[in-house]
Ligand binder design. Structure first.
Ligand code: GRF
Length: 190
C-alpha cells in the first residue's frame, strides 16, 4: 500500500482532493491518504476529509511553518506529498532534511503563467487578458522555486468560447481533476 499526504493552505475548497480520493476508490488502487495537512481550521476541505475518515493535521502557527512540516514529515512518513491548493514555499532547509517527492498542480500550461503571485484567479485573469485560446493544467514536481520543478503531466483545453476568467477557471478545473489523480498514480505505481 502506497502512502500519500495531501497538503493545503488557506481557505481550501478541496475539489482536487476529492477528485484524487474518488479516483483511488473507483480504480481500487493500493493508495492510502495517510493525512491531510491544513492551515485554516475553517477550510471547506476539512469536511470532505472528515466524511472520508481521513486524519487531519492542523498547523500549529506558534511554530515556523517549515519547521512544523519537517517534524510532520519525519513523524508521519509517506511515499509522496501532494499539494492541492498549498500556496506556501518550502525552505531549502526543508529540502535538506526531507527527501519525500512533492507534486503540485498548476492551473495553466507551465512555464507560461507561473511564478510568484500566479495562483487561483490571478492565473486565469492573466490567461484571459492575454487573449489565449488554449489553456490547461500542469502537474509538476516541487522544488524551492514556485512552479519551476520538472513537469510530469500537462493537458491542454480549448478556452476560445470562454467569456471571462471565471469561465476559463471552470474549464481548467475539469482538466485538473482529470490529470492530477492520473499523474499521482503514474508516479506511485512504478
Ligand atoms: C487549484 O486550482 C490548483 O490548480 C491550485 O490550487 C487550486 C486548488 O483548488 N494549485 P481545490 O482546493 O483543489 O478545489
Amino acid at each position: 500500500m502506497k502512502q500519500i499526504a495531501v497538503f493545503t493552505s488557506g481557505f481550501s475548497r478541496g475539489s482536487n482532493f476529492l477528485a484524487i480520493c474518488e479516483y483511488i476508490r473507483l480504480h481500487g488502487l493500493p493508495v492510502n491518504i495517510r493525512y491531510l495537512f491544513v492551515t485554516d481550521r475553517n477550510a471547506p476541505i476539512i469536511e470532505h476529509a472528515q466524511a472520508l475518515g481521513i486524519e487531519i493535521v492542523y498547523y500549529d502557527s506558534d511554530v515556523k511553518l517549515n519547521d512544523f512540516l519537517v517534524d510532520l514529515c519525519e513523524a508521519k512518513p509517506v511515499d509522496l506529498i501532494v499539494l492541492a491548493g498549498f500556496m506556501r514555499k518550502f525552505s531549502s532547509l526543508f529540502f535538506q532534511k526531507i527527501d519525500t517527492p512533492i507534486v503540485n498542480i498548476h492551473p495553466a500550461l507551465l512555464p507560461k503563467y507561473g511564478g510568484k503571485g500566479m495562483f487561483g484567479m490571478n492565473v486565469h485573469r492573466a490567461v484571459f487578458e492575454a487573449g489565449e485560446k488554449v489553456s490547461g493544467a500542469t502537474v509538476h514536481f516541487v522544488n524551492e522555486n514556485y512552479d519551476e520543478g520538472e513537469v510530469i503531466l500537462q493537458k491542454e483545453c480549448d478556452i476560445s468560447m470562454c467569456g471571462s476568467p471565471e469561465e476559463v477557471g471552470k474549464v481548467v478545473l475539469g482538466i485538473e481533476h482529470e490529470i492530477y489523480p492520473m499523474a499521482i498514480w503514474g508516479f506511485l505505481k512504478v
